[in-house]
Design a protein around this ligand. Structure first.
Ligand SMILES: C[S@@+](CC[C@H](N)C(=O)[O-])C[C@H]1O[C@@H](n2cnc3c(N)ncnc32)[C@H](O)[C@@H]1O
Length: 354
């Protein structure tokens, strides 16, 4: 007979309450971002419900329920004496300050996109086939761009590029750079803004992402220096790049080994390839238990594995492949010097040299 350990059960149910609270908060938090409720509290708080409704032009009854939901979430503060709501400086970093490293609007969008994508991925579990990036839900690609942007804004130029061997002086003098799997182009544009003497091309096989990337380039006044092209990684025809970058996309490719071999051909003999991948331990058992790996394994199930399986080869590395496996792949493609150049809480940065 199975015996239930009530203490263990209590602990599990307690954890589930917290987890489900987070899951239930996804739609209300997204409403807060989209309708400017967090922004209004950040700019004008502390605010009573009537003032928050007036500032945002929204229906007061909804705003009241939303505000108590966010207070219950612990995402905004409520002062019972004055009956006003506000954002603490720390809450503002997560919900209002767009360039903060922990601004999480994109993370909530990604959660919603994964739920929207569930029927297609669920069907693919039965067939073993993939779900192509372009077939995923309406704005998976915007959500992914928004999810990674805060990390990129705070790391690419400040920490990751300087960690590469001799790359910074080249970028300052004028280098030719390819950003492969660039998505909506945030990484490409951040680099282009920082290094005006260099030229940048962003490549991605997903046409709507490239359209969005071109719109971002125009909006930032960078369209004359940054080009975006719709092309699969293995079909890039240009050559002689000083630097190739890949941000959170090598593991999404169907044939990452073929792509790595192709990158070898794109680079000048003394060029560098910066591969930014999700942080992970080598052994899956060592990832289980990490909250970051938890996010990545779930996203990998819903996005990364289906995307790779929809392409030729379908290696499906997954978002938690780990450094040893990635290094083996890069070495097999002809890169002789591979090392971990930097890391952050969400990413590891590998450098591969021919
Ligand atoms: C997780 S997203 C990352 C996008 C972007 N680098 C970022 O960090 O926001 C993965 C990207 O890889 C692109 N991708 C996947 N397989 C590809 C391939 N074989 N060739 C070119 N792009 C590919 C997808 O279209 C998508 O934009």
């Amino acid at each position: 007979m199975t015996t239930i350990d009530n203490e263990k059960l209590g602990a599990l149910v307690g954890k589930m309450l917290g987890d489900l609270g987070g899951a239930f908060s996804v739609p209300t938090v997204r409403i807060g971002f989209r309708l400017g409720l967090f922004d209004a509290l950040h700019r004008h708080g502390p605010l009573a419900v009537s003032d928050l409704a007036a500032r945002t032009g929204l229906a007061q009854r909804y705003v009241r329920e939303w505000a108590f939901a966010q207070a219950a979430n612990g995402y905004i503060a409520y002062d019972a004496d004055s009956e006003r709501f506000s954002l603490s400086p720390e809450q503002a970093m997560v919900f209002a300050v767009k360039d903060s490293p922990v601004y999480l609007e994109g993370a909530f969008d990604l959660g919603a996109a994964m739920i929207e994508g569930q029927p297609k991925v669920e069907a693919a579990f039965r067939t073993g086939k993939g779900v192509a990036w372009g077939e995923s839900c309406g704005c998976l690609f915007c959500a992914v761009g928004a999810f990674f942007r805060p990390g990129y804004v705070n790391s690419i130029v400040q920490a990751w590029l300087p960690a590469l061997d001799g790359v910074l002086p080249k970028l300052q003098l004028g280098a030719k750079v390819a950003d492969i799997g660039c998505g909506v182009g945030f990484s490409t544009l951040l680099m282009a803004e920082a290094f005006p003497a260099s030229s940048f091309v962003g490549y991605d096989f997903h046409a709507p992402s490239i359209e969005e990337a071109n719109a971002h380039a125009k909006a930032h006044g960078l369209a004359h220096r940054v080009r975006f092209e719709t092309v699969p990684a293995k079909e890039i025809a240009d050559r002689d790049f000083d630097l190739v970058t890949m941000f959170d996309c090598l593991h999404d490719m169907g044939d990452p080994r073929g792509c790595a071999k192709h990158v070898r051909k794109l680079l000048r003999p003394n060029g560098s390839w910066m591969i930014v991948e999700p942080i992970a331990a080598d052994r899956a058992a060592d990832n289980v238990g990490s909250p970051v790996s938890r996010l990545y394994y779930n996203a990998s199930t819903m996005i990364c594995v289906p995307t790779s399986l929809a392409q030729e080869v379908g290696e499906a590395l997954g978002a938690q492949a780990g450094e040893t496996k990635l290094t083996e792949l890069l070495t097999a493609a002809g890169f002789t010097r591979v090392r971990r150049a930097a890391e952050g809480p969400f990413n590891m940065v590998l450098e591969a040299r021919p």
